[in-house]
Design a protein around this ligand. Structure first.
Ligand SMILES: Nc1ncnc2c1ncn2[C@@H]1O[C@H](COP(=O)(O)OP(=O)(O)O)[C@@H](O)[C@H]1O
Ligand SMILES: [Mg+2]
Length: 229
């Protein structure tokens, strides 16, 4: 999908701009966003599905303006948060996955089939009736992802999906992402996760300060972090 930021700024309050005048066109399958805490990564990521709207400028996804067509945009763009507890809303694993399919006009049988398929694909088949809150951290993130993927988005935006996970679970999520058909935009501090991506943007002070293949972008970011503020 074609993602366009056209002169995009966002201020949460009158004076502080979290994102400043970003203009960028993204078409790659795997896009990383890296940068220090508070640099504006989450704000940019949230603008991709209209969770945050530009204060000025325009964000379009597949030609749809996120400010005008939020609902259609959210059908195309799935979002995965850092903390799966923020995303899991139903008591059991299967109910949580099915929740994402509500109001889509699907029959009960179709919903059941899709839920079963996605649970099987992500190694949660045996956890159908498991209480969601009793899953391990890694399994919770898997469930949160399954609940988004069951809606078959064209683009998956992930905001630090491995930050709360141990290395084994982070690896598992990275492998899952590597095998997804979807286009992915991922914010991360785990630089290994974006090493084989197509394009990596370095964000600093609300601006995209570097935009390159991963090796160069990671180098730039490491230098930026080593230099005095
Ligand atoms: N809901 C909010 N209300 C006010 N300020 C916010 C809010 N969310 C983020 N900010 C501020 O916007 C800036 C960018 O934040 P964010 O996009 O979360 O950066 P990052 O994800 O890179 O850490 C920071 O200065 C942060 O304090
Ligand atoms: Mg963030």
């Amino acid at each position: 999908m074609l993602i366009e930021f056209d002169g995009v700024s966002h201020a949460y309050d009158e004076y502080r701009f979290a994102v400043r005048d970003v203009t960028v066109t993204l078409t790659e399958r795997r896009i990383g966003l890296i940068g220090a805490n508070g640099s504006g990564k989450s704000t940019m990521a949230r603008m991709l599905n209209g969770l945050v709207l530009p204060t000025s400028g325009r964000v379009t996804v597949d030609g749809l303006d996120t400010a005008r067509s939020g609902k259609e945009v959210r059908r195309k763009v799935g979002f995965c948060f850092t903390d799966p507890d923020a995303q899991i809303v139903m008591p059991t694993v299967a109910e949580d996955v099915a929740f994402g399919l509500r109001r889509r006009g699907l029959s009960k049988a179709e919903i059941r089939a899709r839920v079963e398929a996605i649970l099987a694909r992500h190694g949660l088949a045996g956890h159908h009736d498991h209480p969601a809150h009793l899953l391990s951290g890694g399994q919770k993130q898997l469930l949160a992802l399954a609940s988004v993927l069951v809606t078959e988005p064209d683009l998956l935006v992930m905001d630090e999906p491995t930050t709360l996970l141990d290395l084994r679970n982070a690896r598992m999520i990275a492998d899952l992402v590597a095998n997804l058909d979807q286009q992915v935009v991922m914010v991360t501090h785990h630089l290994d996760l974006v090493r084989d991506f197509d394009r990596v943007l370095v964000v600093d002070g609300g601006r995209v300060v570097f935009d390159a293949p991963p090796a160069e972008a990671i180098d730039h970011y490491l230098q930026l972090m080593a230099s005095p503020r």
